[in-house]
Design a protein around this ligand. Structure first.
Ligand code: FES
Length: 117
């Protein structure tokens, strides 16, 4: 496993199906907005860019989940994403996916492992 690259947040900052934490990630495409949420007990991180139109998903800062805390949802046109794979399961970009980022939870904190662009 790659060494943790950068601290994102404390583990306690992420409740299951709750608000996410925004951060930025350097990629070969430049610095991009990103976010991490907790789902099925694990931190799940993605570039904060809808697969439909490259806008940020959250309608207010940190609000990435639908009302049930089951899917990630884009506030602009309602694209709905699987929080594990990032695949769009409903909406205008069905079949596309969010760009997943590798994170790890160590010592009560969530760390970015690195972005490959
Ligand atoms: S921009 Fe996200 S669904 Fe259209």
């Amino acid at each position: 496993m790659a060494a943790p690259e950068r601290l994102i947040c404390a583990s306690d900052d992420l409740a299951e199906g709750g608000d996410g934490v925004r951060f930025e990630v350097d990629t070969t495409s430049g610095r991009l907005p990103a976010f991490v949420v907790r789902f099925e007990g694990q931190p799940r991180a993605f570039v904060n860019q809808c697969a439909h139109v490259p806008v940020e998903l959250d309608w207010q800062e940190g609000a990435f989940f639908d009302a049930d805390g089951r899917y990630l949802i884009c506030a602009t046109h309602g694209a709905t994403y699987d929080p594990v794979s990032g695949a769009c399961v409903f909406g205008p970009c069905r079949g596309a996916a969010l760009k997943k980022l590798a994170v790890v939870e160590v010592d009560a904190a969530v760390w970015l492992l690195g972005a490959d662009g």
